[in-house]
Design a binder for this molecule. Sequence first.
Ligand code: NDP
Length: 593
Amino acid sequence: MAEEKQDKFVMNFEPTERPGRPPQEYYDEIKAKFAEQRDVRLGYRPPGTNNYRDLDGAMADLARDPYADDWAEREPIDDTANGDEVDVLFIGGGFSALLTSARLREKGVESIRIVERGADVGGTWYWNRYPGVACDVVAYDYLPLLDEMNYVPTRHYAQGPEIFAHCQAIATKYDLYNLAVFQTTVTETLWDGDAQRWNITTDRGDTMRAKFVVCANGTLAKPRLARIGGMERFQGHSFHTSRWDYNFTGHDLEQLGDVRVGIIGTGASAVQIIPNLGTHAKSVHVFQRTPSSIDVRDDWETSDEWAAKLDDGWQSKRRAKIVSKLREQADRKGQLRHGITREEKIRRQENNNIDQMMRIHTRIDDTVDDQATADALKPWYMLMCKRPCFHNDYLPTFNRPNVHLVDTQGQGITEIGERGPIFDGVEYEVDLLIYATGFEVQQTGIYNRIVGEGDVDLNDKYDSGIRTMLGIHSAGFPNMFIMGGYQASFQFNLTDLLQVQGDHIAYCISHARATGADTMDVTADSEEWWVQEVIAHRGKTTRNQECTPGYYNFEGQENRRQDGNYNGGFPAYIDHIADVEADMDAHFVFTTG
Ligand code: NDP
């Protein structure tokens, strides 16, 4: 059955040799072009995130939540005055909080409070409601808790509304709405060493108390804008993709018939949006800095027959199978490597990667009629330098007479006038300007100052390099857990990682409760062990130097080896967590009373 196919997407290229491949000079020329294109971009914007800015100042209005009907007034919560507290407080109400809460409920934890900026749970799936929003990870793997929820997604790739509804269903089933606080941003999380509790203050004047805090603020939560001169001058309407204004566009974009639309950015969000704009808007100008790689999207409706045959625990078995395949893949790679030099291994992997990219180029030539447009849509970098995209309607959209690609050839839009973006002396007049310029990446404590033992600010601690164990525990921040942050394993299916982290956090909290411990804090030695593990594995990558700038390589910035994800592989990450759980006393200091 089609649904039984695993996600075939390959992120790691095996060092196999393909018979009959072109001579090495062919690959070397392409690699030289990759380097040239990278340098073009770095010539326009030096490495780093400086060319992005927050939705603040004159652009603050763009941060407004367009999905909440109203601002729910409420009295501030004052736990300190009332002597109240919760056992576990989640900062953020997306999948991290939801699936960890489910595990905590299974272990008998009763008082759980989610504090969330949006007006509901869902995180990414609350905010991103743009037309065409969907997930590129197979839904049977991406949507968590399918066994527990007794739910089978309706498609191979779920669309945003279905995923958002699933988040709400989890919150209902696990009784998480009861204590949840929405439209509330945590501003400070302060450790009170005497009371051995966290004090959490918010932008609504709350002072909450919690025994355990989970930083569940997501990996791509804070929208960002490109830093563009004159953007506040623009006289038309504008919004960021994660704040879609359906009042302006109409629910089915039916109000765009007379509207000239401009969209800045061509990342994964824009790729899903642009085909819908092409169908409905009077005209669409797509302002591109770097093209995404667009592969086939192999989607289908879930068949009733297949769904009926799924046995109990089918999703857990599927996840276990994926991990065992990853183990096999790692073993096979180890064997293939045997007998060849490191240089030869890299050469073969790169050639395989280039083959894939050239297949993506061929697909563009086969689809896009105008050769200049086709050429401009070709990505010149290794696959996985930037987040790969999958769509069947994106490329054909550029054959529509009302859709125009403005290729800035790596420069980007640097100026916006009253009537629209300006490039190469031309002001492109638009009525609606959409910023598809992405999000700040993997920050712990966005909007929120976290201060642990001895008044140490987490950001100050991280100033000389991120320090955690497993990406989850940081010494001096007792009873605090971090989800989706750096030093954890990178997973294309983020919920695989979040599930493993959520299981571990529930294990830790349950362990502390069972042993009567009031606090738990990772030891300095265990933290150092993990920092060194991260450094050892990141030492192997040259991605930062060789890839075109993007958020996968910190926009081209050379950073400390420890300030990124753990690259030892997901199975190894899981094994390390299991080892830690098998000997908690070796890794944590527990205190009582
Ligand atoms: P991205 O950060 O991926 O994309 C931002 C885009 O803005 C890039 O194309 C960037 O170009 C462009 N840009 C920035 N500044 C300028 C400028 N001055 N002029 C022109 N273009 C500019 O954000 P997205 O919201 O698209 O995606 C974020 C992430 O969210 C994805 O990578 C993915 O992980 C997730 N996502 C997943 C989806 C899925 O499952 N299908 C769908 C949507 C999002 P450049 O490349 O040159 O930096």
